[in-house]
Design a protein around this ligand. Structure first.
Ligand code: F0G
Length: 437
């Protein structure tokens, strides 16, 4: 593949400007529209399915990565020095308790929390940091609610690049912050929310030496789109009726939309799943836009509020791409309450899977969607349960307080039992204690 095969393309219908891959852009320099990376010639899919399966047995680091295994669809030449932590290759679990909770015969959970830094961001970050190195950037930056920060910090360390991340002070879980610090990133805690951080970082990234890797960066989306490939492969190329994803900055839904579109256009699959995006009720500008009759004006949420801190976002940068994904696939956008998120999270836990709060919007949303029992559904879990243990402990001890001072009921709580050491001597004692529960 020649690098020239790919180009950057403005998605604004009345613009459509094209740029080389080496142009260090995040949005169209002509009209400010979002950029996609497109391929000039179609790909012949016939041999790729087998080749990709063969690579599963290979020891080449590119084949071990669940992203680079699909490199025929990535805008990099074969001799590119990739920056990889062996991302992707995440499990697709059957989740019977969650299915039952949603009134479905079956439900599959694609667990992106099983990536090297514990979130879906790694699949995009491997591509974005590879591009950063290719462009000769010295400093990579992002704004983040925590996961992008942790992921970038790790990949920047692998690439030996300086890394600065900007986060909303006091609104990032300790686990995510700890990761970023440990991986050596400079962490700037700013008074403001994620959207404030995003605006700041976009201004900083106007300097040539700085490379911005939030999901507005089209190379991030290229990496993340491969999750659609991996998922389709795991399902033996039979796509589900529905794919349900959480929505924050809306990069993930955009990436799934692009991935499934490319698979469809290349003849790998015969239809696309309906993509439904789920937002927390207090941080739901995309859902509001969707529910409008004309879908004409997108209004940012000035004061987004949710305990699912990963998706506490009021001005999602990729909404036009996410909207395209929802529209093209016949999906939708819905909201769920804080209580619904918390309960759904506990149910996912009972399946032995677990996830962070933002990810649980999916199961909460599926329960609300009224999907027919027989339809096939995949929910994407975006982050690991250990990303926000504070939330988990509070839920199970009924101390979780949502915005507006609303106490979340521990409907599926599993509180720890305090036991005096002298009361636990033998099996009979244990049985007594467990019987009381
Ligand atoms: N789930 C988790 C666990 C996330 O961390 C995020 C976003 C989302 C869902 C939403 O995905 O933004 O692509 O719609 N986290 C970003 C961050 C914003 O900075 O870590 P999205």
């Amino acid at each position: 593949m020649s690098y020239r095969t790919y180009f950057q393309h403005c998605i604004a219908p009345d613009c459509g400007a094209e740029f080389d891959l080496d142009a260090r852009l995040y949005v169209c320099s002509r009209c400010g529209g979002l950029l996609d990376i497109e391929r000039r010639e179609p790909i012949d899919a016939t041999l790729l399915r087998d080749l990709w399966m063969t690579r599963r047995a290979s020891l080449d680091p590119r084949d071990r990565s669940g992203v680079w295994r699909f490199r025929e669809f990535l805008p990099f030449t074969d001799d590119t020095q990739i920056v990889s932590l062996g991302e992707g290759n995440t499990p697709l679990y059957d989740a019977p308790r969650s299915a039952d909770y949603c009134g479905l015969a079956g439900l599959k959970l694609k667990h992106q929390g099983c990536n090297p830094t514990g979130s879906f961001k790694d699949t995009g970050m491997t591509a974005a940091v590879t591009q950063a190195r290719k462009l000769g950037a010295r400093l990579v930056v992002c704004a983040s609610t925590g996961n992008t920060a942790a992921s970038l910090a790790a990949y920047a360390a692998r690439a030996d690049l300086m890394c600065a991340i900007v986060v909303p002070s006091g609104h990032v879980s300790h686990a995510k912050l700890a990761q970023a610090l440990d991986y050596g990133a400079k962490v700037l805690e700013v008074d403001g929310n994620f959207d404030t951080c995003m605006n700041l970082i976009r201004e900083l990234a106007e300097d040539e030496s700085v490379y911005l890797v939030n999901s507005i960066n089209p190379f991030r989306i290229e990496g993340q789109k491969t999750v659609a490939f991996e998922l389709a492969e795991q399902l033996e190329w039979r796509v589900p009726d529905h794919l349900v994803v959480p929505g924050g900055n809306l990069g993930n839904s955009s990436a799934f939309g692009k991935g499934f579109r490319e698979l469809f256009e290349s003849g790998f699959i015969d239809r696309q799943p309906k993509i439904t995006v789920v937002q927390a009720e207090g941080a739901a500008p995309f859902a509001k836009f969707y529910s409008e009759d004309e879908h004409e004006s997108f209004v940012n949420e000035e004061h987004p509020q949710t305990l699912a801190s990963a998706i506490k976002i009021g001005a999602p940068v990729s909404w036009q791409k996410a909207w395209r994904a929802v529209r093209e696939t016949g999906g939708g956008v819905i909201t769920v309450t804080e209580q619904e998120i918390a309960d759904a999270k506990a149910i996912i836990g009972r399946d032995g899977i677990g996830c962070e709060p933002a990810s649980a919007t999916t199961v909460a949303g599926i329960r609300k969607l009224g999907i027919k029992e027989s339809e096939s559904v995949v929910a994407v879990l975006t982050g690991h349960v250990l990303k926000d243990t504070d939330y988990v402990i509070k839920y199970h001890s009924e101390n979780l307080i949502a915005p507006g001072d609303v106490r979340i009921a521990g409907n599926f709580r599993n509180s720890p039992i305090k036991v005096a050491s002298q009361d636990l001597h033998n099996l009979q004692d244990l049985q007594d204690i467990l019987r009381i529960m």
